[in-house]
Design a protein around this ligand. Structure first.
Ligand SMILES: [Mg+2]
Length: 238
């Protein structure tokens, strides 16, 4: 009898590159503001502060990020930013909704292999429209029994998903790149968590303390190690 009922995977920067596109957009934003003599670090610092403060109003994702870029541009230029530059910022945001989906190496092979013996779920947070579009464009949706797009990955959000699918936390594994979103809330609930760090992490997602030691916590350097870790978890939890 398998001891794990459900393996859930994060999408952004776990299955495919995402943060890369945010950094690229930020670079465009900084270049645009250089024409107003705004130093790069000032532009980035103000943008980050406004992004965080806007999370409660606009949520995670491209729309909130675009509105934050506009608000930051207004602030750092003292209200002098031109309408044509606001249009350019909106265009930067729109461009982010259609970029190609670049899978991380080993993702498809791992999903194929895991889906043979386990039920898989994709859990991603952010704008429903954008996240659904990425899932569709990725070509990976067929490997997942369920796809959950939620506003934020809080312990309550995970608890609600497990309750809805009638899965005990100790038979649930979450896999992802973000300590804040994918690891800590799941360990807090009594589930298993596998951290696969991505090459860059948005400061907000990294800014939590990982548990010093938990027998239900694993870190791997590459997703192709995931099948071995799942086998290991199933041994330990027997
Ligand atoms: Mg992620």
């Amino acid at each position: 009898m398998p001891t794990i009922d459900l393996i859930a995977l994060d999408a952004d920067d776990t299955l495919w590159h995402t943060e890369y596109y945010y950094r690229q957009a930020q670079n465009h934003f900084v270049t645009l503001l250089a024409a107003y003599h705004v130093p790069e670090q000032t532009a980035l610092d103000v943008l980050h502060r406004i992004e965080i403060s806007n999370l409660t109003s606009f949520g995670y994702g491209i729309r909130g990020f675009t509105l934050s870029m506009i608000e930051a541009a207004v602030e750092v230029t003292g209200g002098q930013v031109r309408g044509s530059d606001i249009q350019s910022i909106v265009d930067i945001g729109r461009g982010m909704t259609t970029h190609e989906i670049r899978l991380l190496p080993g993702v498809e092979e791992t999903l194929e292999s895991l889906s043979k013996g386990h039920r898989l779920m994709l859990i991603t947070k952010g704008d429903a429209l954008d996240q659904q579009s990425k899932v569709d464009r990725s070509g990976m949706s067929g490997y997942f029994r369920w796809i959950e797009i939620i506003p934020d990955k809080t312990p309550q959000a995970y608890a609600d998903i497990l309750k809805r699918h009638d899965i005990p936390a100790d038979r649930f594994v979450m896999v992802g790149n973000s300590p804040r979103s994918d690891i800590v809330p799941v360990l807090d609930l009594g589930g298993w968590a596998v951290h696969v760090p991505y090459e860059m992490t948005w400061a907000h997602e990294a800014a939590v303390e990982l548990p010093e030691y938990s027998r239900r916590y694993f870190e791997i350097s590459h997703i192709d190690q995931l099948c071995d870790v799942i086998r290991n978890i199933e041994q330990i939890s027997l």
